[in-house]
Design a protein. Structure first.
Length: 211
């Protein structure tokens, strides 16, 4: 009986140690699993505007970034559909209220490329999510265009970078945008209008039947 009791105690200790180790591994792994990836995004990602010529603005945003002291934006677009008129820093952009330096606004509407950069000065390390800049476009033709963030994977010499105070690149994923220049109302809006009209007709009909 004594031997059986000892074996039981040892088994209990082993189970307790195993459970403790498992919980510790879960605790260590959870932050990595839940760590949010840094994203550079065009907002809105899908847009229909028109008829041409029509002006609109999209945001270039960053999400879940840490220790960002500066950034360079390289964007390309279809220049037969879109023309970029300006690059804007809105009042609530990521370095609002801080010191910062800007590059020249380089807009090539023939090649369909944009380059712009901002660095905090003195270095301010931004953490979180916010607007990097806004792009003011004019839709000039009935067609669609991607607004593409040039990334390191694109194989081009110059690409969008998020930088630390030590000029180290912060890894990110890009989510591009797409704009469609339409002649009038979009298909979705037309469908919504038809549905609304149909509902109104049904309601009026029911009211007449009651009277």
């Amino acid at each position: 009986m004594t031997n059986i009791k000892v074996c039981g105690d040892e088994m209990g200790r082993l189970l307790a140690l195993t459970l403790t180790a498992t919980l510790a591994l879960i605790a260590l792994a959870t932050p990595k699993a839940m760590a949010q990836q840094t994203v550079v995004r065009i907002v809105p990602s899908q847009l229909e505007v028109g008829p041409p010529p029509v002006s609109f603005v999209v945001n270039v945003t960053v999400e879940n970034v840490q220790l960002m002291a500066g950034y360079e934006i390289y964007i390309k677009f279809n220049s037969t559909t879109l023309q970029c008129q300006d690059i804007i820093l809105p009042p609530d952009f990521v370095y609002a209220g801080k010191g910062y330096l800007e590059t020249d606004k380089l807009i090539d509407n023939d090649a369909g490329k944009i380059h712009y950069g901002v660095a905090s000065f003195p270095f301010y390390k931004f953490n979180g999510s916010g607007i990097l800049c806004q792009l003011n476009f004019t839709g000039v033709a009935l067609d669609g265009s991607f607004i593409t963030i040039i990334t390191p994977e694109a194989g081009e010499t110059f690409y969008t970078q998020l930088l630390t105070a030590e000029a180290q690149e912060i890894p990110y994923v890009a989510e591009h945008g797409q704009v469609t220049i339409i002649p009038e109302l979009s298909t979705a809006l037309i469908l919504l209008t038809l549905i609304t009209f149909t509902m109104v007709v049904v309601i009026i009909t029911k009211m007449k039947n009651k009277t």
